[in-house]
Design a protein around this ligand. Sequence first.
Ligand SMILES: [Fe+2]
Length: 215
Amino acid sequence: MQTTSFSQFNIPSIVRASPPPTTTMLRRKTTSSRRLSPLYAVASSTSRRQVTHSMPPEKLEIFKSLESWVSKNVLPLRMPVEKCWQPIEFLPDPSQGPEQFEEEVRALRQRVLGLSNEYFVMLVGNMLTEDALPTYQTAINTFDGVRDETGSNPCPWAIWTRAWSAEENRHGDLLRTYLYLSGRVDMLMVEKTLQYSIGAGIVSVALNIFIKLFI
Ligand SMILES: [Fe+2]
């Protein structure tokens, strides 16, 4: 089975770095020959400018005044959970019994044999973007006037943000499980990269994009 290593590709947002001490200690004894070299993919840790993004009072007032409009016109646009697709609907389902599950996994792995490495690099990039969802929710909750101050705030803006996060979460779940079952990518490297990425937070450029969505 061909395995794609992240280290083979030049991905702008991923840089190689010396492993941090804790990671070095945790290297698995089971490292096999398929791991080409002890490279570590991490989110860029370039220095960051402190971002201040509080709204001026007049804009804050606008967001507050829109709350009842959001309740009446935006919140109803949410699709009920029962009508949403779920990742398992597109994946081998273990609840169907071991034989059916194994057959579906084998079929999936057979199907992906013909796909190029570049395709999987694209999927991994997409998965990392989707799975960094905690960063996006955190970013939104830094915005004055719309933030979820308690984690379960009844403010309509906060309700919308939580619902959006819950819907988005399915995308990463689907991609991650698909890639895992495919056997075509180095999941250990992918998972480390994701942990670095979420731990690093969001850069000011991306945060500004989020801000513009609201202003
Ligand atoms: Fe998404």
